[in-house]
Design a protein around this ligand. Structure first.
Ligand code: NOJ
Length: 489
């Protein structure tokens, strides 16, 4: 028998150990080009679809604002690096603005100014010991390519590959983690469903599915290009990142529907990560049957050829996950109005989404349900195998620029706790966690009214002063101690 004090200290030691992140686990924070850069028309940059959309449709933005200046990171990138360094970030995830690097959209002309800007940022980060993690597409398509049909034009897959080739060639010697796409669900489903985000085209049930297919092929082309031309030389990793909600059944009758909804959420994962490839079968079947009933001669969700299935399957080095919130699933009432945003459900599936009233309140759509991230990671592991997961976004917004943002601190604390449980208890191979966002920035239709930053940005100040919030201090402490047990370090 050990004395009680020994037992107690062993227990404490065990719990401390389990609150540590694995060695080599990396912490970062993210932003995206349109949301932070500003400088929308400097040098030879051409307009993106978000420049056009916000200029033409101020009514669709809560504060009628746009990203013309945003955080002015185009000029203040050194300050951003200093802020990232102060937090102790292992990596900084940012995106390249396609029209800044390739003003024609095509790779026949590369902007010197674009090259210089991203080289400066990448070199500055590395000089400060921060790894650059780069997203190629975070929604700001060159308007010139939208004029050619955007993501509903199948040729876009090849033009994206050309763009990727330029980026890999220019920066691949220093960038070792690439994301081809950020959240196809947002720029395919949400965009084409309601036309309330760029490119402002409403083609529900059609445009989104064509977009989905083109994007899957574009991703695979970029991945395979990296494989054949760059991997040996640069030894980096390429993936994409998807936003998934965790779904639970509203009652015991909805178990099957919930699985259908989970698979629908994984529309952009299944073709890449599943053993069989192709669309999730249950979702493909549901949309095909519905299309038939509606009189279409073929499914609105375009099918893949066997060759395309093989081409897309396995094009990953890791699974990128953006997680914010969860929902309950139930059969929709006849005539019920459903839409992806604000996460009300799917018309095609006839399934409605609601939040459980017992879940912690959040803002409009972002209801905090920390266990969701753990359950989702486990579901993904069971579905797609014991692959590497990188959490590429997780975070919380407030409508006011509060500096003592305890709600955000709690959100991070609770979610990190669940990530640790996924790693330690469920043995999910998670290697990275990314806070969204490093800075307050342009939150799409919410403009500057929704604050996601660990660091406050004063948008009334011409210098866009950056000031770390309480959550920045909390996150820095987690990173320093590599643990959630902050008192022991
Ligand atoms: C996902 C997107 O990637 C990002 O652009 C956005 O700001 C955050 N979610 C918060 O809504």
């Amino acid at each position: 028998m050990y004395p009680l004090s020994v037992v107690l200290s062993l227990l404490v030691a065990a719990s401390v150990a389990s609150r540590k992140f694995p060695p080599g686990f990396k912490f970062g924070a993210a932003t995206s080009s349109y949301q932070v850069e500003g400088a929308w028309n400097v040098s030879d940059k051409s307009p993106s679809i978000w420049d056009t959309f916000t200029h033409d449709n101020p009514d669709l933005i809560v504060d009628r604002s746009n990203g013309d200046v945003a955080c002015d990171s185009y000029h203040l990138w050194e300050t951003d690096i200093a802020v990232a360094k102060e937090l102790g970030l292992h990596f900084y995830r940012f995106s390249i603005s396609w029209p800044r690097l390739l003003p024609n959209g095509h790779s026949n002309y590369v902007s010197e100014d674009g090259k210089r800007y991203y080289n400066n940022l990448i070199n500055g980060l590395i000089a400060n010991g921060i790894e650059p993690v780069v997203t190629l597409y975070h929604w700001d398509l060159p308007q010139k390519l939208q004029d050619l049909g955007g993501w509903t034009n199948p040729d876009l897959a090849s033009w994206f590959e050309d763009y990727a080739e330029v980026a890999f060639s220019l920066f691949g010697d220093r960038v070792k983690t690439w994301l081809t796409f950020n959240e196809p669900v947002s720029f395919c489903d949400i965009a084409y469903e309601a036309g309330k985000t760029a490119p402002g085209i409403t083609l529900p049930g059609i445009g989104n599915y064509i977009c989905a297919k083109v994007v899957m092929l574009a991703h695979a082309r970029a991945y395979r290009l990296y494989d054949t031309k760059f991997r040996l030389r640069y030894r980096g990793k390429v993936g994409l990142t998807n936003q998934l909600l965790w779904c639970e059944p509203k009652n015991s009758d909805e178990v099957e529907n919930t699985e259908l909804m989970r698979n629908a959420m994984a529309l952009y994962s299944y073709p890449i990560y599943s053993k069989t490839g192709g669309w999730p079968p249950s979702v493909e079947k549901t949309i095909a049957e519905k299309s038939k009933k509606e009189g279409y001669s073929r499914s609105r969700l375009p099918s893949f050829t066997q060759e395309e299935i093989e081409f897309i399957k396995g094009t990953y080095d890791f699974f990128g996950l953006n997680y914010y919130t969860s929902r309950l699933v139930e059969t929709a009432k006849p005539g019920e109005k459903l839409s992806w945003l604000p996460l009300k459900g799917s018309t095609d599936l006839g399934l409605a989404l609601t939040a459980d009233p017992s879940w912690k309140e959040g803002n409009a759509w972002l209801i905090s349900y920390p266990p969701g991230i753990r359950r989702l990671l486990l579901w993904l592991k069971q579905k797609f195998g014991d692959i590497e997961f990188k959490i590429m976004e997780n975070g919380y917004s407030t409508s006011e620029p509060v500096m003592y943002d305890d709600e955000r601190v709690n959100y991070y604390k609770d979610h990190l706790e669940q990530v640790l449980l996924a790693i330690n208890e469920d043995k999910v191979f998670v290697t990275a966690y990314t806070a969204w966002s490093l800075l307050d920035n342009y939150e799409w239709n919410s403009g500057y009214t929704s604050r996601f930053g660990l660091v406050n940005v004063d948008f009334n100040d011409p210098m866009r002063r950056r000031t770390p919030r309480a959550s920045a201090n909390y996150y820095a402490a987690v990173i320093r101690s590599h643990s959630l047990d902050l008192n022991n370090h």
